[in-house]
Design a protein around this ligand. Structure first.
Ligand code: G3P
Ligand code: MG
Length: 247
């Protein structure tokens, strides 16, 4: 297989799965403490187009804020508490910018999978802006992050802006034309819900020269199944149970 794939097989979902507040620096630190050196995170834009980490379109579940995250400027988002919802020991944890996470992973020699998770309606713009920032934040000659997205328009924006940064189409079901779209977007990989992967899908992806990764694998039987099918990447919440160095 010729595709550039410098990423380790085991990738910590949202930093450290459910063990720390997702998509925060505390989560990345905890993932690292469990031996991980690559992380998935969800990135969207503030109203003033600062890329930051948050899974949901709205703020309520994981922060002290309310409403649509993308309708606030970064100055307002930066003041929110993104840790208390998880537990008192994480009170005061803040939402990180992509820039803060880029500096953190580079300082540790770790790698990143940036899931471009646009506020609905801002798919292409989010791909463009995130790609502009990645070009600025990862110097030439360093291993770039892997872009992934469920939204082809977001990957299209990233491809136009930073074609050299590898892309992966995410899919939660095998919708009509999914693989053709991944190929049209010049994807290096596809990242599928692990339940969708069987021998035929693995063969289709690998024979076309793409890599195959999957999410979110939290049970040992599921991990053994996808590894036996030859997956190249496994995104997991269970960073305390799957030791990446041994896997
Ligand atoms: O990128 C893999 C996985 O994170 C996709 O689903 O909802 O956890 O962002 P979600
Ligand atoms: Mg995600």
């Amino acid at each position: 297989m010729s595709t550039l794939w410098p990423y380790p097989r085991w990738i910590a979902h949202r930093g450290a799965g459910k063990l720390a507040p997702e998509n925060t620096l505390a989560a990345f630190r905890l993932g690292a403490a469990h031996g991980y050196r690559a992380y998935e995170c969800d990135v969207k834009l503030s109203r003033d187009e600062v890329p930051f980490l948050l899974h949901d379109a709205t703020l309520e579940r994981t922060t002290s804020g309310r409403g649509t995250a993308g309708e606030l400027d970064w100055a307002a988002l930066s003041r929110l508490d993104a840790g208390s919802w998880h537990g008192r020991s994480y009170a005061g944890e803040t939402i990180p910018t992509l820039e803060a996470i880029a500096r953190h992973v580079q300082a540790h020699g770790h790698l990143l999978n940036i899931e471009i998770k646009p506020t609905p309606g801002l798919e292409r713009r989010t791909g463009i802006v995130v790609a502009e920032h990645v070009r600025r934040l990862w110097p030439a000659g360093t291993v770039p992050p892997l872009f992934s997205s469920f939204r082809p328009d977001a990957l299209h924006g990233a491809m136009e802006t930073a074609p050299e940064v590898p892309r992966a189409l995410l899919a939660d079901d095998l919708w009509d034309g999914w693989f053709a779209v991944a190929q049209q977007l010049g994807c290096a990989a596809v990242v599928l819900n692990h339940k969708l992967i069987d021998a035929a899908v693995a063969r289709q992806v690998h024979e076309a020269g793409l890599r195959l990764a999957c999410y979110t694998v939290n049970e040992r039987t599921d991990a053994e199944r996808v590894l036996a099918l030859g997956v190249d990447g496994v995104i997991t919440d269970a960073v305390d149970r799957f030791a990446p160095a041994l896997a």
